[in-house]
Design a protein around this ligand. Structure first.
Ligand code: 5MM
Length: 341
């Protein structure tokens, strides 16, 4: 019998752990590898991800799940072990990105819609067979003068809901990721503008999830934090935490078991600090944790830089960031821990 969605979600939201987003598509991982002078090939992408997934301390102690890309879920470590098995052996849940990226939305210049619903039922069945027990779909909403439009918000929410319903049918927990981008507006936008758009998007998403009969107890939400544009950063860490919690309480039903944030381009330490303040200072109806890509991987990527002799250093850097974020998931992080390390 398949594991219940609620039980998979509980494993993904294990106390004091969080999710590693390692689902960069081929174009994005190329940019990441380029940044440390490594050619992006199937082998180097495998080596990099093998370095992360075989990091015992990080994976066993702080990571509850890993989001993979289609190529990675089919790859093997150098010794022939499927990468999915490395993840499962560490006690983490393997997951898969199933969207096919954000494409221009017809009729809505400058806005995007995430594609990938065609054939999704069959792909989910295959991914389940390959070991995935959760999936991820990212919708992208950009803020600028007069945008987003209602049409773009609504259509992205509808697609997220169709995806989530198909996942649950396949015994796969959907991570629902409506990302309001931090850097949409060229001149930057305020935190209050981010609040308004995030609230609107989340309200719409939960209405569509209800209409699509998605079981909220069997999903995980992956939202942005409520934060001002990167170039305009004025809000204090406390303000970001307070406004994010307020926005989520206004929009996310308590039957959702957990919320795992994206980092969205925040610095490693900012992403950790914000999460910790939210968990320390608030009474929350859901688990609040991380599902970071860049904010978990950046130091590890740099320390590794494509060299076999740096694998241990890369794994140490990954373990450090994972530990800091795991402490934040308990509300127990403080800046001195960074310095001490
Ligand atoms: C890991 O990056 C994911 C997207 O990759 P593509 O743009 O190549 O499809 C991304 O969806 C990621 O899972 C989330 O945005 C969280 O990552 P960050 O870096 O924002 O924490």
């Amino acid at each position: 019998m398949s594991e219940r969605l609620e039980d998979i979600a509980a494993r993904m939201l294990a106390p004091g752990k969080g999710i590693l987003a390692a689902d960069e598509s081929t174009g994005t991982i190329k940019k990441r590898l380029d940044s440390v002078g490594v050619d992006s090939t199937a082998d180097t992408r495998r080596d990099y991800r093998e370095m992360l997934f075989s990091a015992e301390e990080a994976m066993q102690t702080y990571i509850s799940g890993v989001i993979l890309y289609d190529e990675t879920i089919r790859q093997q470590a150098r010794d022939g072990t499927p990468l999915v098995d490395l993840i499962a052996r560490a006690g983490a849940v393997p997951g898969i990105k199933v969207d096919k990226g954000a494409k221009p939305l017809a009729g809505f210049p400058e806005e995007k819609i995430t594609e990938g619903l065609d054939g999704l039922r069959e792909r989910l069945e295959e991914y389940h067979g390959l070991g995935a027990r959760f999936a991820k779909w990212r919708a992208v909403i950009s803020i600028s003068e007069g945008l987003p439009s209602w049409g773009a918000v609504k259509q992205n929410a509808q697609v997220l809901a169709r995806y989530a319903a198909l996942c649950q049918e396949a015994g796969i927990v959907p991570i629902v990721e409506p990302e309001v981008l931090m850097d949409g507006t060229p001149g930057g936008h305020t935190i209050d503008r981010c609040y308004d758009v995030s609230e609107w998007v989340l309200k719409t998403v939960f209405q569509e999830l209800y209409d699509a009969r998605v079981v909220l107890e069997g999903m995980v939400l992956k939202p942005n934090m409520v934060i001002d544009g990167q170039k305009l950063r004025k809000a204090s860490r406390e303000e970001v935490a307070e406004k994010t919690v307020r926005c989520l309480k206004a929009t996310v039903p308590a039957s959702v078991p957990g919320i795992a944030f994206l980092s969205g381009g925040q610095s490693d330490e900012e992403a950790t600090a914000h999460l910790s303040i939210m968990n320390a200072g608030h009474d929350l109806p859901w688990t609040l944790t991380f599902s970071y890509g860049r904010a978990l991987q950046a130091p590890a990527l740099k320390a590794w830089s494509g060299r076999d002799e740096n694998v241990a250093a890369g794994q140490r850097a990954f373990a450090h960031r994972a530990r800091m974020n795991a402490l934040a998931a308990r509300g127990e992080w403080n800046a001195d821990l960074e310095k001490a390390a």
